[in-house]
Design a protein around this ligand. Structure first.
Ligand code: NAP
Length: 334
């Protein structure tokens, strides 16, 4: 079977297809025929050697995949051949607080990932996918959607709350859909006016372009009667954090998720003067994934797919993600 690996060096030029023997499920393991996978910004960081410069190679990339169960190993009770499933980003985080062991069980990083025709996953690291979703749609969920869900629910998102989103990539567009479903008001910034228009059509109340309006924190305060938003879904990192803390209300919540803007300076004084809660988010547990799937089913939420590439064109899918031209998720179909 074919797998997409990073081998013999970092950089998108070192993405390659490898022929590997078909994997066999061991005790408490499940063999899954991957039908679709989705890419995350993390996959770019891993391929470029920024995420983990000590990554063991060759490594099969990709944390997010969905498919059907082909066979189960001894001791497996929850799944049977034919079941439609997705892998959890962390194979070892079932529920409760994150542990060191869970954080070191990530697909496409610590462990071989899902950009392969077949994968063996742990029974405890699998979820059933909603009947309402195609394999392509379900393949968008494990990282970006669970992260958005964990960040919003961990921040107490609900009716009466205002949430600020940054950009229109995977995490932010899921956060838009979930925040709306939870009853919150959404403000959004993007580097593209056209993408802002699409976000309005999805229910964002207002938006501004962070390229033409770099002082977007002022815009946020104006729109919130000088108060600031309750929650910021912070995917920009060092280059946006200063503005995010200025844009959040006193006692508000900033969910620290991403590093899109690269380096920057950050002054912590306003964090303490405003008693802001800065909460790091690392994807989420299987229980969070299952809770989120219930909302997706109940609210008939459809993941927003920007483009689907055939498996053979996975390197082109990486370049498309790198371009930042996408809105929502970039998917690969096996
Ligand atoms: N902590 C975690 O567990 C976790 C989980 C998932 C993702 N992440 C991180 O979260 C970030 C987003 O991931 P993703 O997969 O959603 O990425 P993505 O799909 O590649 O989204 C990238 C989008 O972000 C926007 N963007 C780029 N630079 C920006 C800036 N300076 N300010 C505001 N928006 C900016 C752009 O949208 P516009 O064109 O609309 O401006 C761009 O298209 C990445 O840093 C990723 O590593 C972390």
């Amino acid at each position: 079977m074919k797998a997409l690996v990073i081998q013999s060096g970092f950089g998108l030029d070192h993405l390659a297809f490898e022929e590997r023997p078909g994997p066999v499920p061991g005790v408490n393991q499940v063999l899954v025929r991957v039908r679709a996978a989705s890419l995350n910004y993390r996959d770019l960081l891993i391929a470029k050697g920024i995420y983990n410069p000590k990554l063991k190679m060759p490594r099969v990339l990709g944390s997010d995949g969905a498919g059907e169960v082909v066979a189960v190993g001894e001791g497996v009770t929850k799944f049977a051949p034919g079941d439609r499933v997705a892998g959890c980003f962390m194979q070892g985080w079932v529920s409760g607080p994150i542990s060191d062991a869970a954080a070191k069980s990530t697909l496409g990083g610590d462990l071989d990932g899902v950009l392969a025709e077949q994968v063996v996953l742990r029974e405890e690291g699998l979820v059933s996918i909603p009947d309402s979703l195609t394999f392509e749609e379900a393949a968008t969920l494990p990282c970006a959607a669970v992260t958005a869900w964990n960040a919003l629910t961990g921040a107490g998102c609900g009716p009466g709350k205002t949430v600020l989103l940054q950009g229109t990539g995977g995490v932010s567009i899921f956060a838009l859909q979930f925040a709306k479903a939870l009853g919150a008001r959404v403000l959004i910034i993007s580097g593209s006016d056209e993408k802002l228009t699409r976000a309005f059509a999805m229910g964002a109340a207002a938006g501004t372009n962070y390229r033409t309006n770099p002082a977007w924190d002022k815009w946020v305060r104006e729109l919130t009667d000088g108060v600031g938003v309750d929650i910021v879904i912070e995917v920009g990192g060092a280059g946006t954090l200063d503005n995010s803390v200025k844009a959040v209300r006193i006692g508000g919540h900033v969910a620290l998720i991403g590093v899109l803007s690269g380096v920057g300076t950050f002054n912590p004084i306003s964090v303490l003067m405003k008693a802001v809660r800065l909460q790091g988010v690392f994807v989420g547990s299987r229980t969070m994934f299952e809770d989120m799937n219930r909302l997706i089913t109940g609210e008939s939420i459809k993941p927003v797919i920007d483009r689907v590439f055939p498996f053979a064109d996975t390197p082109a899918a990486f370049h498309h993600l790198e371009s930042g031209a996408h809105f929502g998720k970039v998917v690969v179909k096996m």
